[in-house]
Design a protein around this ligand. Sequence first.
Ligand code: ZN
Length: 541
Amino acid sequence: MIINSINAQFTHQDTLRGSNGPGRDWWDVMTYKIDVTPDFDTKSIIGSTEITFKVTKQPKNMMMQIDLQKPLSIDNVSLDGKKISKIKREGNVYWINLEKKKFNISGSGGMEQVYKLSISYHGNPVVAKRPPWDGGWIFTKDVKGRPWMSVACQGLGASAWYPCKDYQADEPDFGALVTMKVPDTLVAVSNGKLVSDKTENNMRKEVWGITNPINNYNIIPYIGKYVNWKETYEGEKGKLECDYWVLDYNLEKAKEQFKQVPMMLKAFEHWFGPYPFYEDGYKLIEAPHLGMEHQSAVAYGNGFKNGYRGRDLSGSAAGWGLKWDFIIVHESGHEWFANNITTVDIADMWVHEGFTNYSETLFTEYYYGKEAGSDYCIGTRKLIENDKPIVGPYGVNKEGSSDMYYKGGNMLHTIRQVINDDEKFRAILRGLNSKFYHSVVTTNQIESYMSEQSGKDLSKIFDQYLRTTKIPELEYKYTGDNMYYRWSNCVQGFNMPVKLDGIDDWLKATTEWKTVAVTAGILKDGLKIDRNFYITVKKIE
Ligand SMILES: [Zn+2]
Protein backbone atom coordinates (compact mmCIF):
# COMPACT_ATOMS: atom_id res chain seq x y z
CA MET A 1 0.00 0.00 0.00
CA ILE A 2 2.68 2.50 0.97
CA ILE A 3 5.02 0.75 -1.33
CA ASN A 4 4.17 1.68 -4.90
CA SER A 5 4.51 5.41 -4.42
CA ILE A 6 8.27 5.07 -4.10
CA ASN A 7 8.78 2.84 -7.12
CA ALA A 8 9.55 5.85 -9.27
CA GLN A 9 13.10 6.12 -7.93
CA PHE A 10 14.08 2.74 -9.38
CA THR A 11 15.86 2.29 -12.69
CA HIS A 12 15.45 -0.14 -15.57
CA GLN A 13 18.58 -1.92 -14.31
CA ASP A 14 16.87 -2.45 -10.92
CA THR A 15 13.89 -4.01 -12.68
CA LEU A 16 16.09 -6.25 -14.82
CA ARG A 17 17.89 -7.40 -11.71
CA GLY A 18 14.90 -7.78 -9.38
CA SER A 19 12.10 -9.16 -11.52
CA ASN A 20 11.32 -12.32 -13.44
CA GLY A 21 11.51 -10.61 -16.83
CA PRO A 22 11.21 -11.97 -20.39
CA GLY A 23 14.89 -12.96 -20.49
CA ARG A 24 14.42 -15.13 -17.40
CA ASP A 25 10.92 -16.50 -17.05
CA TRP A 26 11.17 -19.29 -19.63
CA TRP A 27 14.21 -21.17 -18.31
CA ASP A 28 14.95 -22.86 -15.03
CA VAL A 29 18.47 -23.37 -13.65
CA MET A 30 19.27 -27.00 -12.84
CA THR A 31 22.98 -26.72 -11.93
CA TYR A 32 25.85 -24.25 -11.85
CA LYS A 33 29.40 -25.34 -12.50
CA ILE A 34 31.67 -22.50 -11.49
CA ASP A 35 35.41 -22.41 -12.18
CA VAL A 36 37.44 -19.56 -10.78
CA THR A 37 41.12 -18.66 -10.60
CA PRO A 38 41.76 -15.54 -8.53
CA ASP A 39 44.95 -13.51 -8.74
CA PHE A 40 45.68 -11.93 -5.40
CA ASP A 41 48.23 -9.37 -6.65
CA THR A 42 46.13 -7.87 -9.44
CA LYS A 43 42.81 -8.39 -7.58
CA SER A 44 41.41 -10.06 -10.65
CA ILE A 45 39.74 -13.33 -11.54
CA ILE A 46 39.47 -15.56 -14.59
CA GLY A 47 36.59 -17.97 -14.69
CA SER A 48 33.90 -19.88 -16.44
CA THR A 49 30.36 -20.87 -15.55
CA GLU A 50 28.41 -23.72 -17.04
CA ILE A 51 24.67 -23.36 -16.51
CA THR A 52 22.53 -26.45 -17.04
CA PHE A 53 18.93 -25.40 -17.53
CA LYS A 54 15.60 -26.65 -18.75
CA VAL A 55 13.06 -24.69 -20.73
CA THR A 56 9.60 -24.36 -19.18
CA LYS A 57 7.92 -22.28 -21.88
CA GLN A 58 8.67 -20.93 -25.33
CA PRO A 59 10.90 -17.81 -25.02
CA LYS A 60 9.16 -14.70 -26.35
CA ASN A 61 11.99 -13.17 -28.31
CA MET A 62 14.74 -15.80 -28.02
CA MET A 63 16.68 -13.52 -25.67
CA MET A 64 18.32 -14.95 -22.57
CA GLN A 65 19.30 -12.63 -19.73
CA ILE A 66 22.61 -13.42 -18.03
CA ASP A 67 23.77 -11.19 -15.19
CA LEU A 68 27.41 -10.26 -14.75
CA GLN A 69 28.35 -7.04 -13.02
CA LYS A 70 30.88 -4.55 -14.23
CA PRO A 71 33.82 -4.36 -14.37
CA LEU A 72 33.83 -8.10 -15.12
CA SER A 73 33.20 -8.99 -18.74
CA ILE A 74 32.22 -12.06 -20.75
CA ASP A 75 34.65 -13.44 -23.29
CA ASN A 76 32.74 -16.30 -24.88
CA VAL A 77 29.34 -17.93 -24.74
CA SER A 78 28.28 -21.25 -26.21
CA LEU A 79 25.08 -23.25 -26.09
CA ASP A 80 25.52 -27.03 -26.14
CA GLY A 81 29.01 -26.54 -27.52
CA LYS A 82 27.97 -24.13 -30.29
CA LYS A 83 29.44 -20.64 -30.03
CA ILE A 84 26.98 -17.78 -29.86
CA SER A 85 28.14 -14.58 -31.48
CA LYS A 86 25.16 -12.28 -30.93
CA ILE A 87 25.69 -10.98 -27.40
CA LYS A 88 24.83 -7.48 -26.23
CA ARG A 89 25.72 -5.84 -22.97
CA GLU A 90 23.28 -3.55 -21.15
CA GLY A 91 24.95 -2.44 -17.90
CA ASN A 92 25.16 -5.44 -15.60
CA VAL A 93 23.11 -7.61 -17.97
CA TYR A 94 24.13 -9.56 -21.05
CA TRP A 95 21.51 -10.40 -23.66
CA ILE A 96 22.28 -13.71 -25.32
CA ASN A 97 20.52 -13.95 -28.66
CA LEU A 98 19.56 -17.58 -29.23
CA GLU A 99 18.00 -16.84 -32.62
CA LYS A 100 16.53 -19.96 -34.22
CA LYS A 101 17.37 -22.45 -31.46
CA LYS A 102 14.56 -24.99 -31.01
CA PHE A 103 13.84 -25.95 -27.40
CA ASN A 104 11.83 -28.83 -26.01
CA ILE A 105 9.52 -27.65 -23.24
CA SER A 106 9.85 -29.53 -19.92
CA GLY A 107 7.31 -29.91 -17.16
CA SER A 108 7.96 -28.60 -13.70
CA GLY A 109 9.08 -31.90 -12.18
CA GLY A 110 11.77 -33.67 -14.11
CA MET A 111 14.90 -32.87 -16.02
CA GLU A 112 13.94 -34.64 -19.25
CA GLN A 113 15.72 -32.25 -21.54
CA VAL A 114 18.48 -29.95 -20.38
CA TYR A 115 20.64 -27.46 -22.20
CA LYS A 116 24.10 -26.28 -21.35
CA LEU A 117 25.19 -22.66 -21.54
CA SER A 118 28.95 -22.19 -21.12
CA ILE A 119 30.34 -18.75 -20.37
CA SER A 120 33.95 -17.69 -19.96
CA TYR A 121 34.76 -14.34 -18.35
CA HIS A 122 37.46 -12.34 -16.66
CA GLY A 123 38.31 -9.03 -15.02
CA ASN A 124 38.46 -7.21 -11.71
CA PRO A 125 35.39 -7.98 -9.62
CA VAL A 126 33.87 -5.34 -7.36
CA VAL A 127 35.99 -5.25 -4.21
CA ALA A 128 34.04 -5.18 -0.96
CA LYS A 129 34.69 -2.03 1.05
CA ARG A 130 32.93 -3.03 4.25
CA PRO A 131 31.93 -6.69 4.03
CA PRO A 132 29.57 -8.32 4.72
CA TRP A 133 27.34 -5.22 4.48
CA ASP A 134 28.61 -3.95 1.16
CA GLY A 135 29.55 -6.90 -0.92
CA GLY A 136 32.17 -8.00 -3.38
CA TRP A 137 35.46 -9.90 -3.45
CA ILE A 138 37.67 -9.63 -0.44
CA PHE A 139 41.39 -9.66 -1.13
CA THR A 140 43.01 -9.29 2.25
CA LYS A 141 45.85 -10.71 4.33
CA ASP A 142 45.75 -12.67 7.56
CA VAL A 143 47.71 -11.40 10.59
CA LYS A 144 50.77 -13.25 9.33
CA GLY A 145 50.63 -11.37 6.03
CA ARG A 146 49.45 -14.27 3.88
CA PRO A 147 46.70 -13.93 1.26
CA TRP A 148 43.14 -14.47 2.44
CA MET A 149 40.31 -14.25 -0.07
CA SER A 150 36.57 -14.71 -0.04
CA VAL A 151 33.34 -13.17 -1.23
CA ALA A 152 30.33 -11.64 0.49
CA CYS A 153 27.58 -10.69 -1.93
CA GLN A 154 24.14 -10.82 -0.34
CA GLY A 155 22.10 -7.93 -1.74
CA LEU A 156 24.79 -7.00 -4.25
CA GLY A 157 24.33 -10.38 -5.89
CA ALA A 158 26.39 -13.34 -7.03
CA SER A 159 26.72 -11.75 -10.47
CA ALA A 160 29.38 -9.59 -8.82
CA TRP A 161 31.72 -12.55 -9.31
CA TYR A 162 30.21 -15.14 -11.65
CA PRO A 163 27.71 -15.05 -14.54
CA CYS A 164 24.32 -16.40 -13.51
CA LYS A 165 20.61 -15.79 -13.37
CA ASP A 166 20.88 -13.42 -10.42
CA TYR A 167 17.33 -13.86 -9.25
CA GLN A 168 16.58 -15.28 -5.81
CA ALA A 169 13.56 -17.32 -6.93
CA ASP A 170 15.63 -19.52 -9.25
CA GLU A 171 17.94 -21.76 -7.26
CA PRO A 172 19.83 -24.53 -9.11
CA ASP A 173 17.57 -27.50 -8.32
CA PHE A 174 20.41 -30.02 -8.36
CA GLY A 175 23.10 -27.94 -6.70
CA ALA A 176 26.44 -26.64 -7.88
CA LEU A 177 30.07 -27.53 -8.37
CA VAL A 178 32.77 -25.00 -7.44
CA THR A 179 36.32 -25.38 -8.74
CA MET A 180 39.01 -23.06 -7.39
CA LYS A 181 42.59 -22.90 -8.62
CA VAL A 182 44.95 -21.34 -6.09
CA PRO A 183 48.69 -21.34 -5.25
CA ASP A 184 49.56 -24.62 -3.53
CA THR A 185 50.53 -22.76 -0.35
CA LEU A 186 46.83 -21.99 0.19
CA VAL A 187 43.69 -24.03 0.84
CA ALA A 188 40.37 -23.47 -0.93
CA VAL A 189 37.05 -24.35 0.70
CA SER A 190 33.51 -23.92 -0.59
CA ASN A 191 29.99 -25.17 0.06
CA GLY A 192 29.02 -28.80 0.22
CA LYS A 193 31.67 -31.51 0.27
CA LEU A 194 35.16 -31.87 -1.16
CA VAL A 195 35.03 -33.73 -4.47
CA SER A 196 38.69 -33.61 -5.49
CA ASP A 197 41.98 -31.94 -4.57
CA LYS A 198 44.94 -32.04 -6.99
CA THR A 199 48.22 -30.14 -7.14
CA GLU A 200 50.18 -29.57 -10.34
CA ASN A 201 52.89 -27.00 -11.15
CA ASN A 202 52.52 -25.27 -7.78
CA MET A 203 48.81 -24.76 -8.39
CA ARG A 204 46.21 -26.52 -6.37
CA LYS A 205 42.81 -27.34 -7.85
CA GLU A 206 40.06 -28.02 -5.35
CA VAL A 207 36.54 -29.01 -6.35
CA TRP A 208 33.60 -28.76 -3.95
CA GLY A 209 30.15 -30.15 -4.72
CA ILE A 210 26.73 -29.11 -3.43
CA THR A 211 23.85 -31.50 -4.04
CA ASN A 212 20.96 -29.42 -2.66
CA PRO A 213 19.34 -26.32 -4.17
CA ILE A 214 21.25 -23.22 -3.05
CA ASN A 215 20.85 -19.44 -3.26
CA ASN A 216 23.30 -17.84 -5.69
CA TYR A 217 24.67 -15.50 -3.03
CA ASN A 218 25.43 -18.45 -0.77
CA ILE A 219 27.93 -20.05 -3.15
CA ILE A 220 31.28 -18.82 -1.84
CA PRO A 221 35.01 -19.50 -2.19
CA TYR A 222 37.14 -19.26 0.97
CA ILE A 223 40.86 -19.23 0.22
CA GLY A 224 43.60 -18.94 2.82
CA LYS A 225 45.88 -20.80 5.24
CA TYR A 226 43.11 -23.03 6.51
CA VAL A 227 43.30 -26.05 8.75
CA ASN A 228 40.34 -28.20 9.69
CA TRP A 229 38.81 -30.75 11.99
CA LYS A 230 35.55 -32.70 11.88
CA GLU A 231 32.98 -34.25 14.11
CA THR A 232 29.79 -36.22 13.60
CA TYR A 233 26.54 -34.93 15.05
CA GLU A 234 23.81 -37.46 15.78
CA GLY A 235 20.78 -35.54 14.66
CA GLU A 236 17.11 -36.05 13.88
CA LYS A 237 17.90 -37.29 10.37
CA GLY A 238 20.91 -39.42 11.32
CA LYS A 239 24.61 -38.65 11.12
CA LEU A 240 25.48 -35.09 10.19
CA GLU A 241 29.06 -34.36 9.22
CA CYS A 242 30.28 -31.12 10.84
CA ASP A 243 33.41 -29.74 9.33
CA TYR A 244 35.32 -26.71 10.69
CA TRP A 245 37.85 -24.59 8.80
CA VAL A 246 39.90 -21.85 10.48
CA LEU A 247 43.22 -20.12 9.90
CA ASP A 248 46.06 -22.22 11.30
CA TYR A 249 46.93 -19.87 14.17
CA ASN A 250 43.32 -19.83 15.46
CA LEU A 251 42.89 -23.59 15.76
CA GLU A 252 42.93 -23.87 19.56
CA LYS A 253 40.60 -20.92 20.19
CA ALA A 254 38.24 -22.19 17.50
CA LYS A 255 38.11 -25.72 18.90
CA GLU A 256 36.87 -24.26 22.16
CA GLN A 257 34.40 -21.75 20.70
CA PHE A 258 32.92 -24.06 18.07
CA LYS A 259 31.71 -26.42 20.82
CA GLN A 260 28.61 -24.29 20.51
CA VAL A 261 27.81 -25.81 17.10
CA PRO A 262 26.34 -29.09 18.44
CA MET A 263 24.44 -27.01 21.03
CA MET A 264 23.04 -24.86 18.25
CA LEU A 265 22.07 -27.93 16.19
CA LYS A 266 20.32 -29.50 19.17
CA ALA A 267 18.28 -26.38 19.94
CA PHE A 268 17.37 -25.64 16.33
CA GLU A 269 16.44 -29.19 15.39
CA HIS A 270 14.12 -29.09 18.41
CA TRP A 271 12.43 -25.87 17.33
CA PHE A 272 12.67 -26.03 13.53
CA GLY A 273 13.07 -29.69 12.60
CA PRO A 274 16.01 -31.51 11.01
CA TYR A 275 18.94 -29.51 9.67
CA PRO A 276 17.89 -29.04 6.04
CA PHE A 277 21.13 -30.07 4.29
CA TYR A 278 22.38 -33.36 5.73
CA GLU A 279 23.68 -34.46 2.30
CA ASP A 280 25.96 -31.42 2.08
CA GLY A 281 27.03 -31.46 5.73
CA TYR A 282 27.39 -28.47 8.05
CA LYS A 283 30.49 -26.31 7.88
CA LEU A 284 31.66 -23.29 9.86
CA ILE A 285 34.45 -21.43 8.10
CA GLU A 286 36.52 -18.53 9.39
CA ALA A 287 35.95 -15.53 7.11
CA PRO A 288 37.58 -12.12 6.67
CA HIS A 289 34.31 -10.43 7.73
CA LEU A 290 31.79 -10.73 10.58
CA GLY A 291 29.65 -13.51 9.16
CA MET A 292 27.09 -14.70 6.63
CA GLU A 293 24.65 -17.55 6.24
CA HIS A 294 26.43 -19.28 3.33
CA GLN A 295 24.60 -22.58 3.03
CA SER A 296 26.56 -25.56 4.40
CA ALA A 297 29.57 -23.22 4.62
CA VAL A 298 28.60 -20.62 7.23
CA ALA A 299 31.02 -17.68 7.36
CA TYR A 300 32.40 -16.94 10.83
CA GLY A 301 34.24 -13.77 11.86
CA ASN A 302 33.15 -13.04 15.42
CA GLY A 303 36.62 -13.27 16.94
CA PHE A 304 35.92 -16.52 18.86
CA LYS A 305 34.04 -14.49 21.45
CA ASN A 306 30.49 -14.65 22.75
CA GLY A 307 27.90 -11.99 21.99
CA TYR A 308 27.78 -9.83 18.88
CA ARG A 309 31.43 -8.77 18.67
CA GLY A 310 31.53 -9.12 22.44
CA ARG A 311 28.26 -7.22 23.05
CA ASP A 312 24.85 -8.33 24.27
CA LEU A 313 22.45 -6.93 21.68
CA SER A 314 19.53 -7.24 24.07
CA GLY A 315 21.27 -5.29 26.84
CA SER A 316 19.47 -7.60 29.29
CA ALA A 317 20.47 -7.30 32.93
CA ALA A 318 21.48 -10.96 33.04
CA GLY A 319 23.53 -10.60 29.85
CA TRP A 320 21.75 -13.40 27.97
CA GLY A 321 23.28 -12.32 24.67
CA LEU A 322 26.76 -12.91 26.11
CA LYS A 323 26.11 -16.54 26.94
CA TRP A 324 26.54 -17.61 23.32
CA ASP A 325 28.28 -16.70 20.07
CA PHE A 326 25.95 -14.49 18.03
CA ILE A 327 27.41 -15.50 14.65
CA ILE A 328 27.29 -19.25 15.30
CA VAL A 329 23.66 -18.96 16.40
CA HIS A 330 22.29 -16.33 14.02
CA GLU A 331 24.04 -17.32 10.79
CA SER A 332 23.35 -21.01 11.38
CA GLY A 333 19.69 -20.19 12.13
CA HIS A 334 19.52 -19.06 8.52
CA GLU A 335 20.04 -22.64 7.37
CA TRP A 336 16.33 -23.04 8.15
CA PHE A 337 15.08 -19.53 7.35
CA ALA A 338 16.83 -18.13 4.24
CA ASN A 339 18.50 -21.27 2.90
CA ASN A 340 15.82 -23.92 3.37
CA ILE A 341 12.95 -21.43 3.04
CA THR A 342 13.98 -18.67 0.64
CA THR A 343 11.88 -15.71 -0.44
CA VAL A 344 11.15 -15.10 -4.11
CA ASP A 345 11.80 -11.37 -3.66
CA ILE A 346 14.07 -9.72 -1.11
CA ALA A 347 11.20 -7.32 -0.36
CA ASP A 348 9.97 -10.23 1.80
CA MET A 349 13.33 -10.73 3.48
CA TRP A 350 11.79 -10.53 6.95
CA VAL A 351 11.07 -14.25 6.42
CA HIS A 352 14.85 -14.74 6.52
CA GLU A 353 15.78 -12.18 9.16
CA GLY A 354 12.70 -12.07 11.39
CA PHE A 355 12.62 -15.80 12.01
CA THR A 356 16.40 -15.98 12.32
CA ASN A 357 16.38 -13.11 14.79
CA TYR A 358 13.78 -15.06 16.73
CA SER A 359 16.04 -18.13 16.60
CA GLU A 360 18.34 -16.22 19.01
CA THR A 361 15.47 -15.97 21.49
CA LEU A 362 14.62 -19.64 21.02
CA PHE A 363 18.26 -20.68 21.53
CA THR A 364 18.38 -18.62 24.74
CA GLU A 365 15.11 -20.15 25.90
CA TYR A 366 16.27 -23.70 25.11
CA TYR A 367 19.31 -23.41 27.38
CA TYR A 368 18.32 -20.76 29.96
CA GLY A 369 14.56 -20.98 30.20
CA LYS A 370 11.50 -19.17 28.94
CA GLU A 371 11.93 -15.96 30.93
CA ALA A 372 15.52 -15.63 29.69
CA GLY A 373 14.30 -15.92 26.10
CA SER A 374 11.65 -13.29 26.72
CA ASP A 375 14.21 -10.97 28.35
CA TYR A 376 16.42 -11.29 25.31
CA CYS A 377 13.61 -10.70 22.79
CA ILE A 378 12.10 -7.76 24.67
CA GLY A 379 15.56 -6.30 25.25
CA THR A 380 16.10 -5.92 21.51
CA ARG A 381 13.02 -3.68 21.15
CA LYS A 382 15.10 -0.60 21.80
CA LEU A 383 16.88 -1.30 18.49
CA ILE A 384 13.64 -0.99 16.52
CA GLU A 385 13.45 2.21 14.51
CA ASN A 386 10.02 2.12 12.88
CA ASP A 387 11.48 4.21 10.07
CA LYS A 388 9.70 2.45 7.18
CA PRO A 389 7.72 -0.74 6.63
CA ILE A 390 9.47 -4.10 6.95
CA VAL A 391 8.13 -5.33 3.60
CA GLY A 392 9.95 -3.51 0.80
CA PRO A 393 9.06 -2.65 -2.81
CA TYR A 394 8.68 -5.65 -5.12
CA GLY A 395 10.49 -6.42 -8.35
CA VAL A 396 13.50 -4.13 -7.94
CA ASN A 397 15.86 -6.10 -5.67
CA LYS A 398 15.26 -3.83 -2.69
CA GLU A 399 14.76 -4.82 0.94
CA GLY A 400 12.46 -3.11 3.40
CA SER A 401 13.46 -1.66 6.77
CA SER A 402 16.19 -3.23 8.88
CA ASP A 403 13.40 -3.53 11.44
CA MET A 404 12.91 -6.93 9.77
CA TYR A 405 15.34 -8.21 12.45
CA TYR A 406 14.25 -7.00 15.91
CA LYS A 407 10.72 -5.99 15.06
CA GLY A 408 10.29 -9.15 12.98
CA GLY A 409 11.41 -11.18 16.00
CA ASN A 410 9.14 -9.25 18.36
CA MET A 411 6.20 -9.68 16.00
CA LEU A 412 6.74 -13.45 16.04
CA HIS A 413 7.05 -13.36 19.82
CA THR A 414 3.75 -11.43 19.99
CA ILE A 415 2.08 -13.91 17.62
CA ARG A 416 3.30 -16.73 19.83
CA GLN A 417 1.47 -15.12 22.78
CA VAL A 418 -1.71 -14.86 20.70
CA ILE A 419 -1.46 -18.54 19.72
CA ASN A 420 -0.98 -19.21 23.46
CA ASP A 421 0.15 -22.79 22.95
CA ASP A 422 3.92 -23.32 22.78
CA GLU A 423 3.70 -26.83 21.38
CA LYS A 424 1.46 -25.61 18.59
CA PHE A 425 3.81 -22.71 17.95
CA ARG A 426 6.78 -25.11 17.72
CA ALA A 427 4.79 -27.39 15.42
CA ILE A 428 4.18 -24.39 13.15
CA LEU A 429 7.90 -23.56 13.00
CA ARG A 430 8.71 -27.18 12.18
CA GLY A 431 5.77 -27.34 9.77
CA LEU A 432 7.04 -24.30 7.85
CA ASN A 433 10.37 -26.07 7.36
CA SER A 434 8.80 -29.26 6.07
CA LYS A 435 5.97 -27.70 4.05
CA PHE A 436 8.36 -25.29 2.31
CA TYR A 437 11.39 -27.63 2.33
CA HIS A 438 14.00 -26.38 -0.16
CA SER A 439 11.46 -23.94 -1.62
CA VAL A 440 11.07 -20.31 -2.51
CA VAL A 441 8.09 -18.52 -0.96
CA THR A 442 6.30 -15.21 -0.66
CA THR A 443 5.47 -13.60 2.68
CA ASN A 444 1.79 -14.28 1.90
CA GLN A 445 2.39 -18.04 1.85
CA ILE A 446 4.10 -17.85 5.24
CA GLU A 447 1.37 -15.63 6.71
CA SER A 448 -1.45 -17.88 5.42
CA TYR A 449 0.25 -21.02 6.66
CA MET A 450 0.61 -19.57 10.16
CA SER A 451 -3.02 -18.47 10.26
CA GLU A 452 -4.27 -21.84 9.00
CA GLN A 453 -2.15 -23.91 11.34
CA SER A 454 -2.84 -21.80 14.41
CA GLY A 455 -6.55 -21.66 13.69
CA LYS A 456 -6.40 -17.91 14.25
CA ASP A 457 -6.69 -15.19 11.65
CA LEU A 458 -3.36 -13.42 12.07
CA SER A 459 -3.68 -11.29 8.93
CA LYS A 460 -4.26 -7.97 10.72
CA ILE A 461 -1.26 -8.58 12.96
CA PHE A 462 0.98 -9.21 9.95
CA ASP A 463 -0.40 -6.13 8.19
CA GLN A 464 0.19 -4.00 11.26
CA TYR A 465 3.79 -4.98 11.96
CA LEU A 466 5.04 -5.73 8.44
CA ARG A 467 3.30 -3.07 6.40
CA THR A 468 3.09 -0.04 8.68
CA THR A 469 5.53 1.64 11.05
CA LYS A 470 2.89 2.09 13.76
CA ILE A 471 2.97 0.30 17.08
CA PRO A 472 -0.59 -0.56 18.06
CA GLU A 473 -1.75 1.34 21.13
CA LEU A 474 -4.24 -0.05 23.60
CA GLU A 475 -6.23 2.90 24.94
CA TYR A 476 -8.29 2.62 28.09
CA LYS A 477 -10.39 4.87 30.32
CA TYR A 478 -12.63 4.56 33.38
CA THR A 479 -16.27 5.48 33.75
CA GLY A 480 -17.74 4.53 37.12
CA ASP A 481 -17.08 0.85 37.73
CA ASN A 482 -16.31 0.17 34.09
CA MET A 483 -13.12 0.21 32.10
CA TYR A 484 -13.31 0.93 28.37
CA TYR A 485 -10.58 -0.17 25.96
CA ARG A 486 -9.84 -0.19 22.26
CA TRP A 487 -7.00 -0.30 19.72
CA SER A 488 -5.71 2.87 18.12
CA ASN A 489 -2.71 3.73 15.93
CA CYS A 490 -3.44 0.60 13.94
CA VAL A 491 -4.65 -0.80 10.64
CA GLN A 492 -8.36 -0.93 9.97
CA GLY A 493 -9.98 -3.90 11.68
CA PHE A 494 -7.02 -4.59 13.99
CA ASN A 495 -8.29 -7.13 16.48
CA MET A 496 -5.39 -8.67 18.37
CA PRO A 497 -6.39 -10.14 21.73
CA VAL A 498 -4.02 -9.32 24.60
CA LYS A 499 -3.35 -11.02 27.90
CA LEU A 500 -3.33 -9.20 31.21
CA ASP A 501 -0.10 -9.22 33.14
CA GLY A 502 0.27 -12.05 35.63
CA ILE A 503 -3.14 -13.70 35.13
CA ASP A 504 -4.73 -15.75 32.39
CA ASP A 505 -7.31 -13.13 31.49
CA TRP A 506 -7.63 -11.73 28.00
CA LEU A 507 -9.01 -8.56 26.46
CA LYS A 508 -10.49 -9.15 23.02
CA ALA A 509 -9.83 -5.61 21.90
CA THR A 510 -10.93 -4.16 18.57
CA THR A 511 -10.90 -0.61 17.24
CA GLU A 512 -14.34 -0.06 18.86
CA TRP A 513 -14.64 0.78 22.56
CA LYS A 514 -15.45 -2.28 24.64
CA THR A 515 -16.18 -2.40 28.32
CA VAL A 516 -15.29 -4.59 31.26
CA ALA A 517 -16.31 -4.33 34.91
CA VAL A 518 -13.48 -3.45 37.26
CA THR A 519 -15.15 -4.84 40.36
CA ALA A 520 -12.82 -7.83 40.27
CA GLY A 521 -10.13 -5.47 41.53
CA ILE A 522 -7.59 -6.46 38.93
CA LEU A 523 -8.07 -3.43 36.75
CA LYS A 524 -8.51 -0.87 39.54
CA ASP A 525 -4.95 0.45 39.53
CA GLY A 526 -4.63 0.74 35.79
CA LEU A 527 -4.23 -1.67 32.92
CA LYS A 528 -1.13 -3.84 32.80
CA ILE A 529 -0.60 -6.06 29.75
CA ASP A 530 1.78 -9.03 29.58
CA ARG A 531 5.20 -7.61 28.60
CA ASN A 532 5.60 -10.15 25.80
CA PHE A 533 3.19 -8.22 23.55
CA TYR A 534 4.95 -5.58 21.49
CA ILE A 535 2.40 -2.78 21.95
CA THR A 536 1.94 0.46 23.87
CA VAL A 537 -0.75 1.10 26.48
CA LYS A 538 -2.22 4.52 27.18
CA LYS A 539 -4.70 5.75 29.74
CA ILE A 540 -7.16 8.32 28.42
CA GLU A 541 -8.10 10.82 31.15
ZN1 ZN B 1 20.73 -12.63 9.25
